[in-house]
Design a protein. Structure first.
Length: 359
């Protein structure tokens, strides 16, 4: 059988694992001989549980866009390679959310479903994130999250119906092979949400804002040692600016800065009053305050940058070069106040890693 796996990537992964585990060259060679036999017989090989766990951790460590890589070795890996049916996939995703949420003490988690192979139907999770708010097009404009409008319409075409509100939780949508996608409602117990209030501006609560606690990306594939896992949703915990400066503030998302400025009585007659900047800071203050008041894990961008500095120091000590995508690593609020803004990074892609699916 012709090989389906890149031998060089597989060998490099095994060498990395066994070196970092402190195992001997003989042990690495013995494992490689096993893998070579598997590839010769069926064109691919199967990761041991230990390899899968470490490979997923390395994928986080190598993620150029992530500022939170200091905690790469704390990732909990849930092995779901045995799952074959849509209902079982949905159950595993709900269990992922329950485990990761941990009553607000968010645990970085990844659930890995079976790898892609020519002989099996591919499992795909069609959601961008496991938890996401719907977006509806109405005569009065978009209600909810504009980013979700196409996917919401797709869910409706499958038979799902939301309430038409600004914060309706979208269903999970699972597709296996050529079969029709199936949708599954998320139970309330699997979705922890935080209502947004401000410590000094009580009127913030009148905006009715809230956000979910677990940011679980579900539309990327995990590539480990030449093997592709097309369904491998993963989460860390939020950096406040992801919510306060992007989800709530972007004009193509919830676009809340004008309403925040109104609450604060800011002069919006000219851009030179910097009303957007003032409103943006207080919106981020509200997000951090609200999550912490509810005991939900979150980090501010200054602390996150300091944590990334520690990650860089750890990698230097281990004699590993730090790669990074500067445009993603700098926070969207006051980036020049962090060391990342003033430092270049090589955006070299190192595997294992996460990659976007083709649309």
């Amino acid at each position: 059988m012709s090989g389906l796996v890149n031998h060089e990537e597989a060998m490099q992964f095994i060498q990395t694992c066994y070196y970092e585990w402190g195992k001997s060259e003989e042990e690495a060679k013995a494992r490689w001989l096993q893998i070579e036999r598997e590839i010769a017989e069926r064109g691919t090989y199967e990761h041991t549980e230990e390899e899968l766990i470490y490979g997923a951790k390395l994928a986080w460590r190598n993620s150029n866009r992530c500022i939170g890589r200091l905690f790469w070795d704390t990732l909990t890996v849930l092995d779901a390679r045995h799952v074959t049916a849509e209902e079982a996939v949905a159950d595993a995703l709900i269990q992922h959310l329950l485990f990761a949420t941990n009553e607000g003490k968010i645990r970085p988690t990844i659930t890995v479903f079976r790898p892609a192979a020519e002989s099996r139907e591919e499992i795909r999770i069609l959601n961008h994130q496991l938890i996401r708010y719907a977006g509806y097009t109405t005569d009065e404009g978009i209600v909810g999250d504009p980013h979700s409008v196409p996917f919401t319409a797709f869910c409706e075409s499958l038979g799902w119906r939301g309430q038409g509100g600004a914060f309706d939780i979208l269903p999970l949508v699972v597709k296996i092979g050529s079969r029709e996608p199936k949708w599954f409602e998320l139970p309330e117990s699997a979705v922890l949400e935080v209502p947004i209030t401000h410590p000094e501006w009580p009127a913030f609560s009148d905006l009715g804002l809230r956000w979910y606690a677990v940011p679980a990306v579900s539309d990327m594939l995990l590539d480990i040692g030449g093997i592709s896992y097309p369904a491998a949703p993963f989460n860390g915990f939020y950096m406040g600016t992801e919510i306060g400066a992007r989800n709530f503030a972007d004009t193509e998302r919830y676009n809340m800065l004008p309403k925040v400025a109104e609450i604060m009585g800011l002069d919006t007659s000219s851009e030179s009053t910097l009303w957007r900047d003032k409103a943006l800071v207080e919106l981020n203050v509200a997000v951090l305050h609200s999550f912490r008041e509810r005991g939900v894990s979150i980090v501010d961008h200054h602390t996150a940058a300091q944590q990334f500095m520690r990650f860089e120091a750890n990698e230097a000590k281990a004699e590993r070069p730090v790669t990074g995508n500067w445009t993603w690593l700098i926070p969207p609020v006051s980036p020049a106040t962090t060391h990342i803004f003033h430092k270049p990074y090589r955006n070299t892609v190192v595997k294992p890693n996460f990659f976007y699916h083709r649309k």
